[in-house]
Design a binder for this molecule. Structure first.
Ligand SMILES: [Zn+2]
Length: 282
């Protein structure tokens, strides 16, 4: 694991890439002997570390081998590219140690699941090495964090355009609105993805949005001005917290149909509470 982290630090970024790529190192060990290792971009520009390490093993039998990789193996790639999780499964790898889980919501825990479902034993790197990996990957991780960025306000005609997307892909939550009554509006999401934060008066009062009661069948809540609604995104670690500020309606005597709200996006679970504790001590 130590070696994989050191390799990760040597990763080479593609020259033409706009978004920050991850730094990844991978080491393959069979019967206690290192067979191959690689960092991202070592074999060719943009090549994933696991793919490169497997290729460096030059066809040796890797069945039952242990792979130490600093980032959760990818679970999807554009065809004809093969995701690393699939490559590891195809090689008959026995155990995979994972450094960081991929913060990309499309991959987060998906790579782990693919490997688990294939019968591969899974272990995590210890917290001190994960801390090092987070430092090496600060830019990569930050692009998926909601910190500071997605919060603001929205004002729109809920009759003409009832759907409003909060945040931007991949950290995005779709919300839907419909006319209710004077100073009141219906808020919609998919079943099990919406909750009224009863009695809350401000966004700051929501500590952990996942603590709300998301009833499985419930897809709408009725919110008054001043109420706080919590939307759960398509991925369970992304939430939008919304405070309904004002609801105007033509049949109330207003000159337009309009909802105004303030919002804040929160991501949770990407870093666990234990990790944060560790960082505070460090
Ligand atoms: Zn990969």
């Amino acid at each position: 694991m130590r070696k994989a982290v050191d390799l990760a630090a040597q990763s080479v970024s593609e020259s033409d890439r706009a978004d920050p790529p991850p730094a990844v190192g991978a080491v393959i060990v069979k019967d206690g002997v290192e067979v191959a290792s690689a960092y991202r971009g070592q074999c060719a520009s943009g090549n994933h570390a696991e793919k490169c390490a497997i290729e460096s093993a030059k066809g040796s039998d890797l069945s039952g081998a242990v792979v130490y990789t600093t980032l959760e193996p990818c679970s999807r790639r554009n065809a004809p590219k093969i995701p690393c999780a699939q490559r590891l499964i195809d090689q008959g790898i026995g155990t995979v140690y994972i450094g960081l889980y991929d913060p990309n919501p499309k991959i987060y825990r998906e790579g782990w699941k693919m490997l688990r479902d294939a019968g591969i034993a899974l272990r995590d790197f210890p917290a001190n090495l994960r801390g090092e990996l987070r430092e090496i990957n600060a830019d990569f991780l930050n692009q998926y964090r909601a910190n500071g960025n997605p919060h603001g306000s929205a004002t729109f005609d809920y009759i003409r355009s009832p759907i409003f997307s909060i945040g931007s892909s991949p950290i995005m939550v779709d919300t839907k609105w419909f006319h209710a009554a004077s100073g009141v509006i219906h808020a919609y999401s998919s079943p099990g993805h919406i909750a009224l934060a009863r009695y809350a008066e401000s966004l700051d009062e929501i500590d952990d949005p996942s603590a709300m009661d998301f009833e499985p069948e419930k897809y709408s809540v009725t919110a008054k001005e001043g109420n706080v609604v919590v939307f759960r995104g398509p991925h369970e670690h992304i939430y939008a917290i919304v405070r309904v500020e004002q609801v105007l309606s033509l049949d109330r005597g207003d000159d337009r149909n309009e909802v105004q709200f303030t919002y804040q996006v929160q991501t949770i679970n990407i870093r666990g509470p234990l990790d944060e504790l560790f960082e505070k001590e460090a």
